[in-house]
Design a protein around this ligand. Structure first.
Ligand code: SAH
Length: 258
């Protein structure tokens, strides 16, 4: 039996790790990791963060890589409870913010059904942080009064209905888990007459291998294919993308061709 397994009060911390760069974790997050008996971490987590946890803490990868589905949500919930009851403080380390398409509330709810106290520590969501790191503001006076954060794929695998409404609005539209559906998404924007709306796709935002492409609704899919952009990536549609320096040079290129 491991020595941690003695007289520890079970508790769970749902911790948002931020978009990838380990330095984008909050101080509160570092402190939580330092007192962890167990860390359950997801696929998009930078493993450098595990070094904040004590050397003898148990570290378990519970990623659900698309396709593989190594751990179901149900299995993760059960593991989390089991570890909390047996070892004490479980830090559930999740990418971005736990409540932005992170299924965080399901875990909180499950823990509550066992009367295990849960503490939530928000993280920088990729939805705002990744555009921000690229100096693309999600709102900007005169350009965008609001922003949508939408999933490209709903739990049933369909495209979200919200994208149709968002495409009709003047808001900045940020789409997570949408790369595979990019052709359909682009069509929706075209149907709303937004052919020339600036668009960007960022792969692995905040990591060393970050990649960004910019274009318009009409051109972005070809650019993504040409540049071989892969998941994890997020899509940004909106006038605010025109503020990105590489968009300005794109405009110049087109102006010189025309
Ligand atoms: N809770 C997370 C989002 C989970 S959904 C958050 O708040 O960021 C996972 C999706 O988020 C990915 O498929 C991708 O669309 C997006 N994503 C997460 N991290 C990303 C990153 N570093 N760069 C680009 N997109 C990212």
């Amino acid at each position: 039996m491991r020595d941690q397994k003695i007289n520890k009060e079970p508790k769970i911390t749902l911790l948002g790790a931020g978009p990838g760069d380990p330095e984008l974790l909050t101080l509160k997050g570092v402190k939580a990791l330092q007192t962890a008996d167990v860390v359950l971490y997801d696929a998009l987590i930078c493993e450098a963060l595990l070094a904040y946890a004590p050397a003898n803490a148990i570290k378990v990868y519970v990623g659900k890589r698309s396709g593989e589905h190594s751990f179901s949500q149900d299995a993760i919930n059960k593991l989390m409870i089991d570890y909390a009851l047996n070892y004490g403080h479980v830090v559930r380390l999740k990418g971005g913010d736990p409540f932005v398409f992170g299924r965080g509330y399901e875990e909180l709810d499950y823990a509550a059904s066992y009367n295990i106290p849960v503490n939530v520590i928000p993280g920088i969501s990729s939805s705002i942080g990744v555009p921000g790191l690229q100096q693309i503001p999600v709102t900007h006076r005169g350009l965008s009064e609001s922003f949508w954060v939408i999933t490209g794929m709903t739990s049933s695998g369909e495209i979200s209905e919200d994208i149709y409404q968002a495409a009709n609005s003047k808001a900045t539209v940020i789409i997570l888990m949408g790369l595979k559906k990019l052709p359909e998404i682009v069509e929706i924007f075209k149907t709303s007459g937004k052919h020339n709306l600036p668009a960007a796709v960022v792969q692995n935002g905040s990591s060393e291998d970050e990649k960004l492409v910019v274009g318009t609704v009409d051109s972005i899919y070809d650019i993504v294919k040409r540049e071989k952009i892969e998941a994890p990536a997020l899509l940004i549609f909106g006038e605010v993308v025109s503020l990105h320096p590489s968009f300005k040079s794109l405009i110049k290129q087109y102006a010189s061709i025309a």
